[in-house]
Design a protein around this ligand. Structure first.
Ligand SMILES: [Zn+2]
Ligand SMILES: [Zn+2]
Length: 119
């Protein structure tokens, strides 16, 4: 029987005082056997990987191409021009950083992400 504070991916203890408590993220997943698990993921397991520097990105700090053009994710906007999919904000190229800033301005003005044209 597993502990409700154990990371559902690697089993690390994320309970208070374990050192992983602060950065744990509630998560759910299906095991390979099709069993549904709900609980927490430790920060290591919830890390995504940047396609440009290969370092971890905390969830929600990742930038994908659909964010830059304000579109819903689709196969058409899944990759940056260089084939990267998920990168750090600081790993964006100059042009992409400009697009990203424009996009955030739009977001702030309207409080809504508008569907833009990705050209
Ligand atoms: Zn873990
Ligand atoms: Zn990076």
């Amino acid at each position: 029987m597993s502990n409700e504070n154990d990371c559902i991916f690697c089993g690390a203890d994320t309970s208070f005082g374990s050192g992983l408590f602060v950065n744990r993220i509630s998560a759910d997943m299906y095991t390979d056997e099709g069993e549904y698990r709900e609980g927490y993921g430790c920060s290591q397991c919830m890390m995504l990987e940047c396609d440009r520097c290969n370092k971890g990105i905390a969830i929600d700090d990742d930038i994908t191409p659909d964010l830059l053009c304000g579109e819903a994710p689709s196969p058409r906007n899944a990759l940056f021009a260089d084939g990267s999919h998920r990168v750090h904000e600081e790993c964006l190229t100059k042009e992409e950083q400009i697009e990203w800033q424009e996009e955030q301005k739009r977001y702030n003005l309207d409080g809504l992400v508008q569907i833009g044209d990705c050209s």
